[in-house]
Design a binder for this molecule. Structure first.
Ligand SMILES: Cc1cc2nc3c(=O)[nH]c(=O)nc-3n(C[C@H](O)[C@H](O)[C@H](O)COP(=O)(O)OP(=O)(O)OC[C@H]3O[C@@H](n4cnc5c(N)ncnc54)[C@H](O)[C@@H]3O)c2cc1C
Ligand code: SF4
Ligand code: SF4
Length: 938
């Protein structure tokens, strides 16, 4: 409940910003307040802003009321710069406009685009953005530029500071300035002459101080994100250029970036990598200086502890396990425009590095699958350490840089300090080419002693990095709250004074992200530490990194996987301690809808999660914990599937008859009235609901006996749901499947007792574990018999059911999804005439999880001349959830229609229920891909 100035702010904003984008309740403020850092502050008010006008209004009002504001892009920051206990403004999913110049050399971007998305759009032009943080697929360009984030290849030459060519910002007083627009600059010169003059004078002063300007030049020879980008004052004189570059790395403390223009860099297609092993970390560091003089784009150092943390994972080279305790690796990459150049690069690197004797023969591989395996070692480091940590502890990644000539000595010193402070398990790795080392360790913040130990480590690190080596305390992750107490130590009094002046020029009232970058509290890095209580074994390893957020269908509708986990952790901790009972009850109540009802349990979050957490599994477990444990009714239904499917067929046919008699409009009105009266308990009807299917006769045709056999298991959905009105005069999917199998030379064989069989997903997805397992076991034994104990392949016509079967059936049966079976066995036996119309395909979640989404697109391209592959994650129909929570389906497919042009009339997929939602939200008739293959093979 808002009070005081926050209440006033809310009242001032509510007329202009839609209420459903303002959050002040315990659930959403905690959810949105969570980021990847180990700090926790819960905002009073969260605003999901939609455009620049809203930002300007928020800043004007906050300025008038003296309320501080923090901006948020993807919330993957690690140093505590994206959290606040005041107002949090989120500029993410609604800020995704992109303009690419014709040759791809320049991109103008809104802040909510992820780096990965931008690069995917630039890739066809052979370009990419310079900054390359490891978090690029989830981090957004607003956060990437505001942190001056970088990664393995970009170094100091291709980061946002070096590649920015224009910026549009909203200042603390709400004024908008676009540095790539002359009229905007003129207006700004008239409205803010003092600001421009003060900046120009500051630059003159800094340039006049030889010591300071030399220090600035020296410090930016290596990566540095500690404090403000002071090089803006030495590199430029024009105040607009200075503003443009000061904004980079300013972590939301100087203004809001509403658009940024970047020069892109070439994306070389030819790459080769080598994993070089050295006797110890010192030798490896010395090799880096040699490699710096050769044509390499990335040199990553990985110490023995790091290699050990990944050596048992799938696909890792076997020799890792046999390395001795001191050995250390360098992972080296070289790129080129052509093959010859690539191999000459590799030769030069090998010749260089051989001078200092790496262990074994140095070899490069240009084979994609091989070098990707090598890079998996590096990418898996942070997550695997996170996954190995003790429940309840936090994983911390620090990020320092040393001058390259002293890297070997500094690394040995760093090891000593970690060991001295009891962090013997710490792993050291990093972008050695830039002198940038990360060290990762697990930390318990549950006791004062442990927090003090961390404090001592930080002091020792600061002393080492600054006083001994004059390095950077934050090389790429941003200062945040974590290094704010050490900025003055690193830069010295004079430079720190200049930084304070910069802050007061841009933000005289200090409302923009106060406490971040500059903070007078010497122990702020040890305050507001995030609790990581144990809550459920499925999700306890979650580091709250946020990588899963872009893949979640309910993101922006309700919660993301990370937010579900954070809220669940809080509910569990509160209920265990008995603290704040009202808040606990409010969180639990809100979680029912936001966490449970609107989770599609599709598990797409697990694909992108570095520690493979499937938050859907947590939700299924919660569902299970809330139901009657005896599962009496679900078990009765499960044991009488023949009656259930018959009733479903009859009801669907009856509803379909009503539809024919009453027409679509009247049916829609009646259905929505019934749903309202029933308090949303009655599922929503829609015009794409199918009629009941015809019962399948499972007798075999004696004429086909000489053919190859395939066990065909039509899912219970396809045994209940027939064709819908838009399918015109088509036959139902099970008949189509049989027809195609026969065309392909197969004899379909049905399992015994087909009417009663089900994969169990219909039960398990609702939390009915017993009923789900019972059905799954029954199906397994029927399929064993029908397939002659694994002799014949088994085909199921719905990919979600096939996925469930693959998860549960472990007796070695050969299970196939329709696209896989058709591609492997039927297609080679058919003559295909691709249809000439443009069609679209939608890979459902289970296809993505099975890694078959590419195969669906390929199959469609064989069968149709023009194919549009939908670019969305889950459709949100989630089995039958789309009938009860149509808003999830609506949200999941909100961008789909815009991807399809008006000539598209037919869409194809592999899940009957998803197809209903797809048709509803696009107006295009969706069916199984089986229909397209049949049509093209006529
Ligand atoms: C596992 C993991 C690996 C990582 N690897 C790297 C790495 O290799 N290199 C690296 O540099 N970082 C890395 N990071 C840190 C982080 O992902 C990056 O710094 C990233 O660029 C942050 O982007 P974001 O969209 O999450 O920004 P957020 O965290 O949302 O915000 C970052 C900062 O920018 C400000 N901000 C956000 N939007 C705006 C805006 N529109 N205008 C003004 N200010 C704004 C925020 O207030 C905040 O201070 C990693 C993080 C994780 C969890
Ligand atoms: S579930 Fe995985 S991806 Fe999501 S926040 Fe947790 S660790 Fe990161
Ligand atoms: S299962 Fe799907 S909807 Fe649920 S949290 Fe994961 S991605 Fe989101």
């Amino acid at each position: 409940m808002l009070t005081g100035k926050y209440k006033s702010l809310y009242n001032r904003l509510i007329g202009s910003i839609s209420q459903n984008r303002l959050f002040d309740d315990p659930l959403y403020t905690l959810a949105y307040g969570t980021d990847a850092s180990f700090y926790r502050l819960v905002p009073e008010l969260v605003i999901r802003a939609k455009d620049e006008a809203e930002i300007s209004l928020i800043l004007r009002e906050c300025s008038a009321l003296n309320i501080s504001v923090t901006f948020r892009a993807a919330g993957t920051s690690l140093s505590g710069q994206a959290v606040t206990d005041s107002v949090l403004v989120i500029a993410g999913s609604m800020w995704k406009k992109i303009r690419i110049s014709e040759d791809g050399g320049i991109v103008r971007l809104q802040p909510g685009l992820t780096g990965g998305r931008i690069n995917a759009l630039l890739s066809p032009l052979g370009r990419k953005i310079g900054p390359d943080p490891a978090s690029i697929d989830s981090a957004m360009i607003g956060g990437i530029t505001a942190n001056n984030a970088s990664g393995m290849c970009c170094g100091t030459a291709q980061n946002s500071y070096q590649t920015v060519s224009g910026i549009r910002i909203v200042l603390a007083d709400g004024t908008v300035l676009d540095t790539s627009d002359n009229s905007s600059k003129q207006d700004f010169s008239s409205s803010h002459p003092e600001l421009l003059e003060e900046l120009s004078n500051l630059a003159i002063r800094v340039k006049a101080s030889r010591d300071l300007s030399e220090r600035i030049a020296r410090k930016y020879k290596i990566k540095n994100t500690t404090g403000y980008s002071l090089n803006a004052l030495t590199d430029f004189s024009d105040p607009f250029d200075i503003i443009e570059h000061l904004m980079i790395g300013s972590e939301g403390t100087l203004g809001f970036i509403s658009e940024i223009t970047l020069k892109t860099v070439p994306e070389y297609k030819h790459r080769a990598s080598s994993l070089m092993i050295f006797p110890d970390i010192e030798m490896a560091c010395r090799a880096v200086s040699i490699l710096k003089t050769t044509p390499v784009t990335a040199v990553e150092i990985i110490d023995r502890a790091g290699l050990r943390s990944v050596e048992n994972e799938e696909g890792m080279p076997g020799f890792l396990k046999n390395l001795n305790p001191d050995q250390c690796a360098l992972l080296v990459e070289t790129v080129a425009a052509g093959k010859d150049e690539l191999s000459s690069n590799a030769d030069l690197v090998i010749r260089g590095v051989n001078k200092i004797y790496p262990e074994g023969e140095v070899k490069f591989t240009g084979i994609r699958s091989e070098y990707e395996k090598l890079w998996k070692i590096r990418k898996g480091l942070f997550p695997s350490i996170g996954a190995m940590r003790k429940t309840g502890t936090t994983v911390i990644i620090e990020d320092v840089a040393f001058p390259l000539p002293q890297l070997a000595e500094a690394t040995l010193d760093l090891q000593k300090i970690l060991s001295k402070n009891g962090y013997k398990e710490a792993v050291i790795f990093g972008h050695a080419l830039e002198g940038n080392l990360h060290f990762v360790f697990t930390q318990d913040f549950n006791s004062r002693e442990e927090t003090e130990r961390y404090g001592r480590l930080m002091r020792d690190i600061a002393d080492l990095v600054v006083n001994k080596y004059d390095g950077s305390l934050k090389a790429e992750h941003g200062t945040g709250r974590n290094m704010a107490p050490f900025v003055e130590l690193e830069w010295g009094k004079e430079a720190y004074g200049i930084m304070k002046e910069i802050k007061s020029i841009f933000d005289p009232k200090g409302i923009l992200n106060p406490g971040v970058i500059l903070n007078s509290e010497t122990d702020i890095h040890l305050k507001n530490l995030k609790p990581m209580p144990a809550s459920n074994a499925i999700t306890d390893k979650c580091t709250e990194c946020g990588f899963c957020e872009p893949s979640c269908v309910s993101a922006d509708l309700t919660l993301t996987p990370r937010q579900r986990i954070a809220i669940h952790r809080e509910i569990t901790a509160l209920s265990e301690t008995g603290k704040e009972p009202h808040r606990a009850a409010s969180l639990a109540k809100g979680f029912r809808y936001a966490g449970d009802y609107t989770c599609a349990t599709d598990g797409l979050c697990a694909i992108v999660c570095p520690v493979k957490i499937d938050t859907g599994k947590l939700i299924k477990e919660i569902r299970n914990s809330l139901i009657n444990k005896s599962e009496t009714i679900p078990l009765i239904l499960a044991r009488n599937m023949n009656i259930v499917t018959s009733l479903a067929r009859i009801s669907l046919s009856a509803v379909s008859l009503f539809h024919k008699i009453l027409g679509t409009r009247l049916m829609t009105s009646i259905s929505s009235a019934l749903r309202t009266i029933s308090l949303q308990k009655i599922p929503m009807w829609n015009p794409y609901m199918p009629a009941g299917s015809k019962r399948i006769r499972s007798s075999t045709n004696p004429d086909l006996r000489s053919r190859l056999k395939v066990v065909y298991f039509p899912s219970c959905i396809n045994r209940s749901m027939g064709v819908s009105v838009d399918h015109k005069n088509e036959i139902q999917v099970s008949e189509k499947m049989v027809r195609l199998l026969i065309k392909g030379g197969y004899e379909p064989v049905y399992p015994d007792n087909l009417d009663n069989l089900c994969c169990g997903m219909a039960f398990s997805s609702k939390g009915y574990v017993k009923a789900g397992l019972e059905k799954s076991r029954e199906l397994e034994s029927a399929l064993q018999k029908a397939s002659n104990y694994g002799e014949y392949p088994i085909l199921c016509d719905m990919s979600p059911c096939l996925f469930t079967m693959k998860e549960n059936i472990k007796s070695g049966l050969k299970l196939y999804e329709p696209v896989e079976f058709i591609t492997q066995f039927i297609l080679p036996r058919l003559k295909i005439n691709p249809v000439s119309e443009t069609v679209t395909v939608f890979p459902v979640c289970s296809m993505k999880k099975l890694g078959l989404d590419g195969m669906l697109a390929d199959l469609a391209r064989i069968c149709a001349k023009n194919v549009i592959v939908a670019d969305t994650n889950c459709c949100g129909f989630a089995g039958d959830r789309g009938f009860s929570f149509p808003e999830l389906n609506n949200h999941g497919l909100r961008d789909l229609k815009a991807q399809l042009n008006s000539s598209v009339k037919n869409g194809y997929s592999t899940s009957r229920t998803c197809e209903i939602g797809l048709s509803l939200h696009t107006g295009i008739s969706y069916k199984s891909i089986i229909y397209l293959v049949d049509q093209a093979s006529r």
